[in-house]
Design a protein around this ligand. Structure first.
Ligand code: CDP
Ligand code: CDP
Length: 213
């Protein structure tokens, strides 16, 4: 069973993907980390983020197991990741590794922006997670404060709106719900409530899958 979770920044997709993976005993890939790690490698090498050749080389050089997540989670890295993620050749370089991860025996859970549309259009369950920009900014600001980054609500909201716009308007694999994805608005849901709703959607997809066995 392949579960595809997409949505904008701080909608809660990563939390849901982790919890669904634990529930079904499936491996989980946070695909945002691939773009964050590509951007990190460029910044570490003093390369501009829009240098396509250097970005492709950085993406090729990624080892999926070697993420230093702490260095990739900060505010600056979300923004940098979305700049390199708009380079078509970078996306092309990262497609195969994501598909291999998804197609392992038994299945997988992947979360990102283009899992249901580009990486796994054949996924058994697709959920597009949303929440109001204000709620997402509130969640992200809290998260950043916990990790020691003191950023105001308004700055985080501006970051999120800019990133939404860039991710939605790029030419290749823009942030978009697949036509067959279920929409899950988590604005008024806490983590437990969002998980209950997501679980019901996945169970329904599983029932359909077994019905066609
Ligand atoms: O992966 P994504 O950026 O979409 O979001 P996340 O990392 O799952 O969630 C962002 C923050 O919001 C985390 O600190 C979550 O604990 C929190 N969250 C929440 O408060 N309520 C939800 N329904 C989902 C997430
Ligand atoms: O957790 P949050 O949603 O803030 O960020 P993320 O999922 O780690 O993604 C960071 C950036 O990587 C996004 O703003 C996208 O530009 C890009 N990304 C993408 O283009 N495609 C994906 N499948 C995952 C992330």
């Amino acid at each position: 069973m392949i579960i595809a979770i997409d949505g904008p920044a701080a909608s809660g997709k990563g939390t849901l993907a982790r919890k669904l993976a634990a529930r079904f005993g499936l491996p989980h890939l946070d695909t945002g980390l691939l773009y964050r790690a590509t951007a990190r490698a460029l910044l570490d090498a003093d390369q501009p983020l829009d240098n396509a050749a250097a970005a492709v080389a950085a993406a090729r050089g990624l080892a999926l197991t070697e993420f230093e997540e702490q260095r990739l989670r900060g505010r600056e890295m979300g923004e940098a990741a979305s700049v390199v993620a708009a380079i078509p050749a970078v996306r092309e370089t990262l497609v195969e590794a994501q598909r291999r991860f998804a197609r392992r025996i038994g299945g997988a859970v992947l979360d990102g922006r283009d899992i249901g549309t580009v990486i796994c259009p054949e996924a058994d369950a697709k959920i597009f997670v949303t929440a109001s920009p204000q709620m997402r900014a509130q969640r992200r600001a809290l998260e950043l404060a916990r990790s020691g980054e003191d950023v105001s609500f308004n700055e985080v909201l501006a970051d999120i709106l800019r990133r939404d716009e860039r991710d939605s308007s790029r030419a290749v694999a823009p942030l978009r719900a697949a036509p067959d994805a279920a929409l899950l608005d988590t604005t008024a849901l806490d983590i437990a409530g969002a998980f209950t709703a997501a679980l019901a959607l996945v169970e329904a997809a599983r029932a359909r899958l077994h019905a066609t066995d």
